[in-house]
Design a protein around this ligand. Sequence first.
Ligand SMILES: [Zn+2]
Length: 563
Amino acid sequence: MALFDIRGVEMHGDRMWSWRWVKRAIDEGAAHGLNALVLHKNDLIDMLAFPARHFGVEQIWARWPVRYHNIDNNRQYLRAILRHAGDNGMRVFLEVKEVSFHDSLLQARPELWKETAICASDPFWWEYLEAKVDELMTALPDLGGLIVSPATRETRVTISANECRCPRCLATQAEDWYADLIGAMHRPLAARGKILAVRDFSYTRSNQGAVLRAAGRVSSDIVISLKNTPHDYYPTFPDNPSIGHVGAHPQWVEFDSWGQFFGLGIFPAIVLDDMRERFRHCAANRVSGVVARTDWEVISDGSVFDTLNLTNFSGFAELARDPTIAASALVAAQLDRPVATTLGGGLDEARFDLTAHPRARAALQDVLLRSWSAMSKTVFVLRHVFHEDCMFPDTLRKAEMMLLEVHGIAEWEPAQRGALDMSADKLAEIYAEKDAAVAEADAMSVDITAATEDLPEPGRSQLRDTFSLFAWYARGFRACARACFAVRLHRQVGSPATQAAAGPEIDALAAYRDALRRRLEGTRYAYIAYWMLDTARLDHLVTDLRASLTMSSTRCASSSMTT
Ligand SMILES: [Zn+2]
């Protein structure tokens, strides 16, 4: 018996509009026992419903003919997906952020715009949202239901980031607003026996809970969907504290198989042991569904399906049925199939087979099992998120925002408060972690190079370049961390010794940047490689750190003159 009733694959990027990739997600998911497909795009309902209650045919034809036909196209495309998913035993859910609307609405109803902002509390929104969902479910009656994030600031009508200052908005409580929104979506779904899942996605602990209370006011049959770790997919973070605390609601938990925060799939990071532990926690807390994300809306042409992280996806599905399978067995099973790397650009001719090459295959299996250890020390600093969507930091301030504010771990694990306060010992600890990352990444690259001597192309170059660039990536984060934290230490201590130590670290970062630029010159890798290894960001960082160091030193010098 499977550990979870609902086992889903989620597509969040533009590949959901490519039959080739959607079919792949359904076929591979079904082969591993998944039974749900989630298509996640913030304004997906607006791409599938007018709604006709608010837009006449003549009005749309006169001004928005492209939208008119887009919706017809999108409905037929979704119907093809629903048929293929249904043939493979999968239900299809749409994941959206609401309230969303098409621009044509403001033309039809200019009163929704109040002085400087869209009025979030206008009761029209609930009638409009219910009409959209009703029309969607009439057009696509085979959908399993909807998943919505009501508390996000990533949508156009939001109470979380509402800028309307009308008396009604100022008097509106967020929880009441969420309850109105959830109710408007729940009514047409419940009438058809379909599922509504509500995501309690929040940046801080204090924001958690209002959505849950609002869902409880509407119906206890509403599913609460939570990320496995709080705020976002960081494997170094504790379990999401809301898991197991959702009252009578069914719970689903969302995972990332691709690596939005751990290498974007181009540099592998196999997190199967982490998934296994979190599955145990989920099962012990009555979670009934798990979903694996395979891509990310920002990256237009990438997903787990053409990366070495594909084992995270197939392994997710297998562990959701049987959490006792060893990670090595899951990796081995995946390597029985054709292998792709991000550097192959998703092309069929770039895939290669390792079954006739036991040496290369054994080496790849071995380094994949070591990959998370190297990645965790590369892009995290003592478990804190040091990168910006896997890119190098481009200013010290930005690095600190990622580490302590936007993705702060202390919000969720109070013992981490002050964990990055600087001292000479702390600096040494960070340097040691980054040295370990480089040593592990170098060792992976050496092993792959040695084991692929006889491997034919295209596998030989792809594997060698992937792990060579991984080693460059680890070196880059080491250089960034050494320079950033040396300047931080100087800012805190302000001694001639800390100043003298920080300058050469910035010089070393600049030297790394120059060497990386030479390494990448004339290369033609898949574009994500240049996102990961963007030397322009290092230009900014070097300039910023030199300015920070000068400013701190000037401040220290002037304060020492006055005391
Ligand atoms: Zn208002």
